[in-house]
Unconditional design. Structure first.
Length: 358
């Protein structure tokens, strides 16, 4: 892999609301050479693959990634999003078209998920110890009440002038949607360069076009929770002009001082970690930005309500649900834990269509 051709610091925060549980699965021997390029971005890794004969200008990829980072990072003090979070004025603040695209998408998913996806939930995530400082402290009821006053879709608005915050302390974190958008921007750059067959991945969120070096559809392996880091594939999915993103909790949980398991997946409506048995959700969508956001929303909702909404909205979603553990006890995955895979109707239809595509 080549390093990204830039000395700039591209670190975004490690994504705290959505975790990454997609592992790439491809054939080890490809009949047509595949060009590869990757490095570190947004606090995680990225990789781009293109099937020869293809000539790609590396600066198109680096510029696309840097542009997202410079607009949507909460770690870069001079990013556009940081400026919004620091803004204390009462009037609307002008924003770039790129940021408007992501914020509009966030608004839509928040509304359609009835608040289970919310870009203002970051302060509560931090309070539970899943922020940059990693302090494993349980917030008091009073703290949660205070923080919830800053959380909610009604706390900020968009219009032709820009973004307006109802309260100056409202803090917007695009962690659960920005990686997917970055994937889309790289894909757009490759389209601009007339690349017909590619794979783009940022922190596990994937978008593909065309076919791999064997002339077959690109594949991804959806990872199953495993004890002691033993990574295993639960299901292999063929992708045809499609994106996939996964949200789960089994790599970012902790046991508090009272023996209660705390998931990093925070329900914006309650301000508390989720307690259901859903281990992860993977969503397929033509736009990786929306796959990213919807994976988080459905993960927060849990398997029953999440599946019902996915079927209602015709979202292609795969749910991996724990069995053999107690939801009441909030147990971690263990040697006796088994897992059930549930597919939305749209995903089942998609898998049937692509099963014969090769």
């Amino acid at each position: 892999m080549r390093d990204i051709p830039s000395a700039k610091n591209l670190a975004l925060p490690a994504f705290i609301v959505v975790s990454i549980f997609i592992s790439q699965w491809m054939r080890s021997v490809e009949s047509i050479p595949t060009w590869s390029y990757g490095g570190q971005i947004m606090g995680t890794s990225f990789s781009v693959k293109a099937v020869h004969p293809t000539e790609v200008k590396l600066e198109l990829i680096s510029e696309a990634l840097e542009a997202v980072n410079e607009r949507m990072s909460t770690y870069l003090p001079n990013s556009e999003l940081s400026a919004i979070n620091k803004y204390r004025g009462e009037s609307a603040m002008a924003i770039s078209p790129e940021l408007r695209t992501v914020l509009n998408a966030a608004k839509t998913v928040t509304a359609d998920s009835k608040g289970h996806f919310d870009v203002t939930v970051g302060p509560i995530v931090n309070a539970w110890g899943f922020g940059p400082n990693k302090e494993r402290l349980t917030p008091s009821a009073a703290q949660l009440i205070e923080l919830k006053e800053l959380v909610g879709d009604q706390k900020w608005s968009l219009d032709s002038r820009g973004i307006t915050k109802v309260k100056p302390q409202v803090y917007i974190d695009l962690s659960a949607i920005a990686k997917g958008y970055a994937v889309d921007r790289v894909a757009a750059a490759l389209d601009q360069a007339h690349v017909a067959h590619y794979w783009v991945e940022v922190g596990g969120e994937v978008r593909v076009k065309g076919r791999n070096g064997e002339g077959k559809l690109w594949r991804v392996g959806i990872e199953r929770p495993a004890v002691e880091g033993n990574r295993r594939v639960a299901k292999i999915i063929r992708l045809k002009e499609m994106s996939v993103a996964t949200s789960g909790d089994y790599r970012n949980r902790y046991e508090d001082a009272n023996g209660v398991i705390r998931s990093h997946t925070i329900n914006p409506k309650t301000g508390e970690p989720v307690k259901h048995l859903l281990a992860s959700v993977s969503v397929l969508h033509s736009e990786c930005m929306l796959a990213d956001a919807w994976a988080t929303a459905l993960n927060v909702m849990g398997s029953e309500r999440g599946l019902a909404l996915a079927d209602q909205l015709k979202l292609a979603a795969l749910f991996i649900v724990r069995e053999g553990v107690s939801e009441e006890m909030g147990e971690l995955d263990g040697p006796e834990t088994t897992y059930k895979i549930i597919e939305s109707a749209a995903l089942s239809d998609y898998l049937k269509k692509t099963s014969q595509a090769d």
